[in-house]
Write a protein that binds this ligand. Structure first.
Ligand code: CDP
Length: 310
């Protein structure tokens, strides 16, 4: 028993209820802190250079360049003529981005009425091709500028695009003319589905632009947060996007980040705004990530929206 004491001496992770109390205690008070914003932009620029590195581009990944997969122990792929032709020339985002909204998929968004607030941002980022159907518009909004897509979604929801390309292209229309950001070079099995998604969109003259996440960027962002106490094997998609936003935007507001079992009204809450699954803590390090984001909220570096929007 004493052994455990030496391994985990004082730190105890707060319970969900304690977190609710902490958040309620602070209330709606929030003040932007330009020094904090500048500090984080500089830290992220130094470690991870998001402007130059967030996507695989012709500029940062010429033919012959070796891309090391960030989610595998030891796996790489050299850029060939063929893959090179799929990369955008350079960072296509029109910088600097002013007000950014990063939208996680947490159940707190349901009945939040945050849709209008989100839609008013200049640049809106969403995770994992979330549903934006009518029933959710009031809570999550309609506009999107960048949306991530995990290759596993292509496999599971779109039969790996082997015979459902049209359904995929049609489903993507809700994201308008945004960027679709795929970690194509993170895990070995993810590359082919990502390339197929690229071709499905290109062949249908879709308005979406495919951006492949740069594995070097993902790895450096992972290290950045590891040094700040997040010990998961892999960061959640939402934290990658918040990091990107902190590096590129003048102001960041995060919505839908609440990986806890009860809401601010102390009632049970689902993991996602669009399902009824309860959150499972042990899966990701989302609660740990939340604590970090909450520190940033308290210091005025970004704003977290965890309750209703005005
Ligand atoms: O793929 P992943 O499980 O990371 O994400 P998701 O469930 O599609 O949700 C998108 C992002 O929202 C996550 O990566 C988290 O950062 C955030 N999230 C949260 O903070 N609390 C939740 N209950 C659900 C998602």
């Amino acid at each position: 028993v004493l052994g455990w004491f030496y391994v985990f001496p004082v730190y105890r992770f707060p319970s969900d209820k304690e977190i609710v109390e902490e958040v309620l205690g602070l209330g709606e008070v929030w003040q932007k802190n330009q020094t904090g914003i500048d500090l984080y932009r500089n830290l992220l620029t130094e470690c991870c250079n998001p402007r130059w590195m967030f996507a695989v581009t012709k500029e940062n990944s010429p033919i012959g360049k070796v891309l090391w997969y960030d989610g595998e122990f030891y796996h790489s792929r050299s850029v060939s003529n063929k893959t090179y032709s799929l990369f955008v020339q350079s960072n296509p985002l029109k910088l600097p981005l002013k007000k950014c909204a990063v939208v996680g998929n947490g159940g707190v968004l349901r009945h939040s009425k945050c849709g209008r607030d989100i839609d008013q941002a200049d640049f809106i980022m969403r995770c994992n091709l979330p549903p934006l159907t009518k029933e959710y518009v009031e809570d999550v909004g309609t506009r999107t500028h960048l949306v991530t897509a995990n290759p596993s979604i292509i496999e599971k929801r779109f039969q790996n695009l082997l015979w459902s390309r049209k359904a995929f292209v049609d489903k993507m229309k809700v994201y308008g003319s945004s960027f679709i950001y795929m970690p194509a070079f993170s895990m070995k099995p993810g590359t082919d589905p990502s390339l197929r998604a690229y071709y499905a969109l290109a062949d249908s003259s879709s308005n979406l632009t495919m951006l492949f996440a740069n594995p070097e960027f993902l790895r450096s962002v992972g290290k950045f947060w590891k040094a700040r106490g997040i010990h998961a094997k892999r960061l959640s998609t939402g934290l990658f996007l918040v990091s990107l936003a902190l590096g590129l935007c003048d102001e960041v507001t995060a919505y839908g980040f609440w990986p806890f079992s009860v809401g601010l009204d102390k009632q049970p809450i689902s993991h996602h705004y669009y399902d009824n699954i309860l959150p499972y803590k042990w899966f990701h390090a989302m609660p740990e990530e939340f604590i970090q984001l909450w520190h940033l909220h308290k210091s005025g570096t970004l704003r977290m929206r965890v309750g209703h929007c005005p």
